[in-house]
Design a protein around this ligand. Structure first.
Ligand code: PEP
Length: 254
């Protein structure tokens, strides 16, 4: 089975002590993860090291950064490079979240650069894509998301693309409480897998974990994750409440 992933995106929330107690509450809920089940916590930069320490030695649990810069080093005050993340042993980075695309003008081309830097350092990008409401209403979401993949990922070769985790997050469902139906999620995920298959072959497409994101919570996770092409979720709001996120984790396919 492909990796099934419950990924928490804390965004710009929680102080250090609040974040660590959230993490510990989730860890102490003591789920036994199956060999293909993984939990990832994308935490704010200042908490990466304490969060790494909190999960150290725990099977299939990792800490992710929420972003990285698209250049290797230099005069970019306030930014964090992929080399810095590698130097503290970070294995995942969220790339191209819609909030970064919208508020920080991150382009598909810039995200291609970030992706390349991560892969060169053995860091797995959790690459976010997804359409705004106007595109969904116009019925052109497939083409829109395909273009995001095309411009940011499709320069990769087979070995590289297999290492990417893709999170499909329709923007109209992020933080709005309005979840895509499980059928809508499955439809887009199946489409994306097909698009990847037509470029890289069926075998490669079958290896890539496709996460759904957009108002996933305890009550809807297992229904969404049960869809054949949905391999877990990237979760914002519900990942900030231990009991909710534990339920999300319990919704992963086993
Ligand atoms: C997200 O931040 O990626 C997200 C999906 O947020 P929420 O779960 O709150 O919609």
């Amino acid at each position: 089975m492909r990796k099934q992933i419950a990924a928490a995106n804390w965004k710009m929330n929680k102080t250090l002590s609040e974040g660590m107690s959230l993490l510990n509450d989730i860890l102490s809920a003591n789920q036994t993860l199956g060999s293909d089940q993984h939990i990832i916590f994308a935490v704010p930069y200042p908490y990466l090291i304490p969060a790494q320490n909190a999960v150290s030695g725990q099977q299939n649990i990792a800490i992710a950064a929420q972003n990285c810069h698209h250049k290797t080093s230099g005069a970019f005050t306030g930014e964090v490079s992929v080399d810095m993340l590698e130097s503290i042993d970070i294995k995942y980075v969220v790339i191209g979240h819609s909030e970064r695309r919208e508020y920080f003008a991150e382009s598909n081309e810039m995200l291609a650069e970030k992706t390349d830097l991560c892969l060169a350092k053995g860091i797995t990008p959790i690459f976010c894509c997804g359409e705004p409401l106007s595109i969904r209403e116009a019925g052109t979401e497939n083409q829109y998301v395909e273009q995001q993949l095309n411009q940011s990922l499709f320069h990769l070769d087979n070995q590289q693309i297999e290492k990417i985790v893709i999170a499909y997050e329709p923007i109209w469902a992020i933080g709005t409480g309005k979840t895509a139906t499980s059928a809508q999620a499955q439809e887009m995920h199946a489409h994306l897998r097909q698009v990847i298959a037509s470029k890289y072959g069926h075998e490669t497409a079958e290896k890539i974990s496709l996460l759904y994101g957009g108002s996933v919570k305890g009550a809807n996770a297992s229904e969404i994750f049960s869809q054949p092409d949905v391999d877990g979720g990237l979760v914002g709001g519900a990942s900030l409440v231990a009991a909710e996120f534990v339920q999300v984790i319990n919704g992963l396919k086993s």
